[in-house]
Structures are given as structure tokens and as C-alpha cells.
Design a protein around this ligand. Structure first.
Ligand SMILES: Nc1ncnc2c1ncn2[C@@H]1O[C@H](COP(=O)(O)OP(=O)(O)OP(=O)(O)O)[C@@H](O)[C@H]1O
Ligand SMILES: [Mg+2]
Length: 449
């Protein structure tokens, strides 16, 4: 990986020399002595980072040259992450003006380096978000973000199967995007001009669910004053989305199985057999295998439903996606509220460390809350309303890389069922390198077979 470019704006020669010596191994360095010089370097080189001394020498033309310079830099290059060096004051105003982080003088090189590396890490993620947004149209699932290999695999399967009529079972915890995925399958199919009809099997009492799904004839039961079509019939030519299918009673499971086998139904209280052409996509946040073993879900129905089985991973296992999706939500919500907000470093740390039990829906709500609660141009951790329990220490860049590397390794092994040759190919590394990674992270390839 190439080194990030860092522009140092510092008018004291001694400090410049100190920084050069301490940072040149990790960054490609540029130097400027004052705001004007900094602006032309920004334009010319577009550095990812700026380290700005707020205590620039007094300039007859402006009262506070450091803050003045920061303001100009933020306006000229809003994507750049600026870490300011401060004496005593100025920190609050610097953060208000858009500085990403600050470092108190005297300079402790190690700490400053960590702050700059963190800034570089987030700058790279934001740059990636931009790239991904530009290429968004390429994914078959509109509005569904994800670059972890598990998500890429799901997108690939959707492209392959959307235009067929196969039944799909989507599994995943609450808020992982099951409904969004079901809609994506529908809109990528040749049925997209016909209805997408959703029904939540867990939210409706059993007797009602039967008539909701299959319809009823006039007089079928007390209160059935008119004949009514069920959701299956309403989905004619289109897709029926059976949400929380694991909640269906034994009786309804039989009726659904019959429909899947014969593509025909009878309305409640009716004798006529009606042919219905609806594709079924089902979803559940239960582990249906467990339901099968406990005898609560029919095995034959399970196999009918899961011709294609897609499992959406929980957000906490999609380390690379969390910040990407959070930023996408921020851009969307910010556009509505017109606040030009960005995440401050404390918010990004919290977003990465939090376990997100409510997955993407919870993230969406937290970001929305952050946009409303932010007091400066930056959303901070407290604005998100989430409580991060594990260690509040900042993770270093190395730790962040290790976590991402381990996740990628585990994903590749899971996908190839522990096959080293295929795993190495997926990760674009040699076999010895893969063995090295397996040893480093103490992962057992056999566990994936
Ligand atoms: N990959 C993704 N990228 C961006 N937004 C997503 C993604 N997945 C889901 N969302 C958004 O997250 C929210 C929750 O998604 P959805 O309703 O599809 O989840 P679900 O699994 O059906 O949840 P539940 O089990 O609670 O019904 C929606 O607002 C959806 O637009
Ligand atoms: Mg849902």
C-alpha cells in the first residue's frame, strides 16, 4: 500500500525538522510555512491529511493565523482530514471549524503518529464510500450496500437467480436487510412490473392468516360477508414475500406446501381449485434448522422453500461495511436536513465498536438521531445514543487492519469450506501466505469443512 500524503503546515524550522524525522517512514511529506503556501500545495498535490500548527506566528494581516489557515484549508479541501497542533487554546474553535483531531504541544511523536494514522484510515474509508457510490449502479440490489465477501456473494447469487422462478429463503437477524433483499430479487426478475405482496406471518393470528393468504368465499365463517382474494392471488404474476415464515402454524405449513407443489390453492370455504402463478420469497430471523429439529417446522416445506438459501450476516460481522453504510446514511439524512455534517472521530470509534444488535435498522436510526443531535459540524459519539460497552480505547491502525484481515480470512475459508487453494485464490494471496495468516490468527481451516 502506498503511504498517505501528509501536508505539514508549520513555520518553526525546528519543529518541521522534528516532524520530518519522525513521520517520513509512514507518510509522504509535504511542507508549507503559511496558509497561502498550504493552499497551493493542497491544490497541486491533494494530500489525504494536513497537520496544522494553530500557533503559526502572528501575521499582520489576520488576528489568528492558525484558525484562519484552518478555515481556508477546510473550505478548499473538505475531504482532507486535518489534525491540529495546539498550545493551550484554540482546540474548541478548531474542532468547530472542522478539524478531525488535535494534538497538544509539546509534540509526542508516537501519539501524533497514531492520531495521523487514524485520520488516514478514516479518510481512506470515506474515499472508498465515494468510489462505491459512483459504482453503485453495478450492484443488482439497489440501495443495498456491502463490500464484505459475504455480501458480494449474495449479490452474485441474486444476479444469477433473480430471473428464474425459484423459491428463495432469506435468513438473518432482525434488521439485516431481509425485506430489502426480497424486493431486490423481485425488481431484478421478469415479474418486476407485477405486484410485490408482503405478509408478515408472525404478526397475524392463525385463523386470520389463513384467509389473508388464501382468501375466503362469502359465508366461509361468521363475518365473511363478501368473497375476498388472498395475498397469494393478489401476487399473481409477481412475488409473494412471506416474512417470518418460521411462525406459521402446522396447518398453514401444510397448505403452503401444497401451493408450492401444485401451484394451486383453494380459498377458505371454497371448493374451486385456483391456479396461481406467484413466486415465493420467504424470510425468517429464526434458525429454521433448529425449528426442524424441534419438530416445529416441516422438513418437506423447508426444502421446498430453501431451493436457494441466502443468509444475511449480522452487521457486527461485517466490519468493513459498518462505516461505509453509516456514511451512506449520513449523506442521505444530511441532505434532508441540510446540515453538512460529518462524523467526528469519537462517533466513528463508537460505530466500529458497538455490537449493533438491531443491525442496519439500528444503525440507520442512530445516524438519524446523530444528525438531529449534533451540536457542531461533527456528529460525536454522545449524539448517536448508543452505549459502547467494550473498551473505550482507540484502536490503532494496526489493530483495525488485523481485524479486517482476520474477517476476510474467515470469510474466504467459510466460502471455500476450508479449501486452501481456493481460499488463497479468493484472497489473491499465495498458499504459503494463506498458511501464514491461518497461523497468525489461529484459525483452523478444518473447522470450515
Ligand atoms: N445492505 C444495506 N445497505 C443499506 N441499507 C440497508 C441494507 N440492508 C438493509 N438496509 C436498510 O435497513 C433497514 C432494515 O432493513 P429490512 O427491513 O430489509 O430488514 P429486515 O431483515 O427485514 O428486518 P426485520 O427482521 O426487523 O423485519 C431498512 O431501512 C433498509 O433499507
Ligand atoms: Mg423485515
Amino acid at each position: 500500500m502506498s503511504k498517505p500524503t501528509l501536508l505539514i503546515v508549520e513555520d518553526e524550522e525546528l519543529i518541521r525538522a522534528q516532524l520530518k524525522c519522525g513521520l517520513r517512514d509512514d507518510f509522504t511529506l509535504l511542507f508549507a510555512e503559511h496558509a497561502r503556501e498550504a493552499l497551493s500545495a493542497l491544490k497541486r498535490e491533494q494530500p489525504a491529511l494536513v497537520c496544522l500548527d494553530l500557533g503559526l506566528l502572528p501575521d499582520p494581516e489576520c488576528a489568528e493565523p492558525g484558525l484562519e489557515a484552518l478555515d481556508l484549508i477546510m473550505k478548499a479541501a473538505p475531504q482532507t482530514k486535518v489534525v491540529v497542533l495546539t498550545g493551550n487554546g484554540g482546540r474548541g474553535s478548531a474542532v468547530q471549524l472542522g478539524a478531525f483531531d488535535y494534538h497538544h504541544k509539546p509534540i509526542r511523536l508516537h501519539d501524533l503518529k497514531v492520531a495521523l494514522q487514524r485520520a488516514a484510515y478514516f479518510q481512506a474509508i470515506e474515499a472508498d464510500v465515494e468510489k462505491q457510490r459512483a459504482g453503485e449502479a453495478a450492484t443488482p440490489c439497489e440501495g443495498m450496500l456491502g463490500r464484505t465477501s459475504a455480501m458480494q456473494e449474495i449479490f452474485a447469487v441474486v444476479s444469477r437467480i433473480a430471473r428464474t422462478d425459484v423459491t428463495v429463503l432469506i435468513q438473518g437477524e432482525s434488521g439485516t436487510g431481509k425485506e430489502l433483499l426480497a424486493r431486490a430479487i423481485h425488481s431484478n426478475s421478469s415479474r418486476d412490473r407485477r405486484p410485490f405482496v408482503a405478509i408478515n406471518c408472525g404478526a397475524i393470528p392463525d385463523t386470520l392468516l389463513e384467509s389473508e393468504l388464501f382468501g375466503h368465499e362469502k359465508g366461509a365463517y361468521t363475518g365473511a360477508h363478501i368473497q375476498r382474494k388472498g395475498r397469494l392471488e393478489l401476487a399473481e404474476g409477481g412475488t409473494l414475500f412471506l416474512d417470518e415464515v418460521g411462525e406459521m402454524s402446522a396447518l398453514l405449513q401444510v397448505k403452503l406446501l401444497r401451493f408450492l407443489q401444485e401451484r394451486a390453492i383453494e380459498r377458505v370455504g371454497g371448493r374451486e381449485v385456483l391456479r396461481v402463478d406467484a413466486r415465493v420469497v420467504a424470510a425468517t430471523n429464526k434458525d429454521l434448522k433448529v425449528e426442524l429439529q424441534a419438530g416445529r417446522f416441516r422438513e418437506d416445506l423447508y426444502y421446498r422453500l430453501s431451493v436457494v438459501n441466502l443468509t444475511l450476516p449480522p452487521l457486527r460481522n461485517r466490519a468493513e461495511d459498518i462505516v461505509l453504510i453509516a456514511n451512506a446514511f449520513l449523506q442521505r439524512s444530511d441532505k434532508q436536513h441540510r446540515r453538512k455534517l460529518r462524523f467526528g472521530s469519537s462517533a466513528l470509534e463508537a460505530i466500529i465498536h458497538y455490537a449493533w444488535p438491531g443491525n442496519i435498522r439500528e444503525l440507520e436510526n442512530a445516524v438519524e438521531r446523530g444528525v438531529l443531535m449534533a451540536r457542531t459540524k461533527f456528529i460525536e459519539a454522545r449524539d448517536l445514543g448508543i452505549e459502547v460497552k467494550n473498551d473505550p480505547d482507540l484502536i490503532s491502525l494496526r489493530e483495525a487492519r488485523n481485524r479486517a484481515e482476520r474477517n476476510a480470512l474467515v470469510d474466504a475459508l467459510a466460502k471455500t469450506r476450508g479449501n486452501i487453494t481456493q481460499g488463497a485464490r479468493l484472497l489473491a494471496v499465495s498458499r504459503p501466505k494463506l498458511h501464514g495468516l491461518i497461523a497468525k490468527y489461529q484459525v483452523n481451516a478444518r473447522d470450515f469443512r
